[in-house]
Ligand binder design. Structure first.
Ligand SMILES: [Zn+2]
Length: 237
């Protein structure tokens, strides 16, 4: 399996790698497997990275990254005829602005979940979709939060400039120490946990900002309530 450098450092925008294999998927779409990668595959409510894979006499545009049970697939544009061979050394570069915009939305989703759960304990975060322009987080619960109070709580949290950290723990220990998870975790991913300051940690394999201050600001776009689900749509300022 490819070494996932993006899990260790969300600010690593360039790296070396080795092409492990050139393959085509079931739809005849070409992709590369690398020995290690800085490209985040779409998942966990976060879009994938885009970027380049550059060799001695070729440059591929990476337009999609997907993770299957055993592979992290770097899809290259169809017009690009692959000439790279196995074990060929390459340079990888991701689109830094796209990564940081995604990390800002994703980290904002974490903060919003933490702040809502603390200020409005009847609500439990169950889903976060943090794509720019369409981001929302859903909570189990019947009482929508007061928007003004929530906005104030968010501003207070951002002003504290809390740091984020990630660590690995097994699921049983997590539930013993912290809380019982109200949802399932994909089995093909490590049980990796992200925590903002002293807020409750949350299992996550995404890319996060180092500090909450880098979110800059969160805008609350809409709060909807239907069938015991509260959905808060948001953006970053
Ligand atoms: Zn996350």
């Amino acid at each position: 399996m490819t070494r996932q450098l993006y899990l260790q450092d969300a600010y690593l925008f360039e790296s070396d790698a080795c092409i492990a294999k050139y393959k085509k998927d079931e739809r005849d779409m070409p992709y590369l497997l690398l020995d290690q990668t800085i490209f985040y595959p779409q998942g966990g409510g976060q879009p994938c990275d885009h970027g380049k894979i550059i060799g001695g006499d070729f440059e591929y545009t990476v337009c999609n990254i997907r993770q299957t049970k055993n592979e992290i697939r770097h899809y290259i544009e169809l017009t690009q005829k692959a000439s790279a061979s196995t074990n060929c050394k390459v340079k990888c570069a991701i689109d830094k602005d796209r990564r940081l915009l995604n990390a800002r939305h994703h980290t904002a989703g974490h903060l919003l979940g933490n702040v809502v759960e603390l200020a409005f304990p009847s609500l439990k975060a169950i889903k976060c979709h943090a794509f720019p322009g369409e981001a929302y987080i859903e909570f189990l619960g019947a009482d929508p939060p007061d928007e003004q109070l929530l906005q104030k709580s968010l501003q207070n949290a951002i002003a504290q400039d809390l740091k984020t950290k990630v660590f690995e723990i097994d699921r049983d220990s997590f539930e013993l120490v912290y809380y019982k998870l109200p949802y399932e975790i994909p089995e093909n991913k490590n049980f990796r946990v992200m925590q903002i300051g002293n807020f409750a940690p949350v299992p996550c394999g995404g890319t996060h900002l180092a500090s909450i201050k880098e979110i800059v600001g969160i805008t609350l776009n809409k709060i909807k309530h239907k069938n015991s689900i509260v959905r808060i749509s948001f953006g970053v300022a």
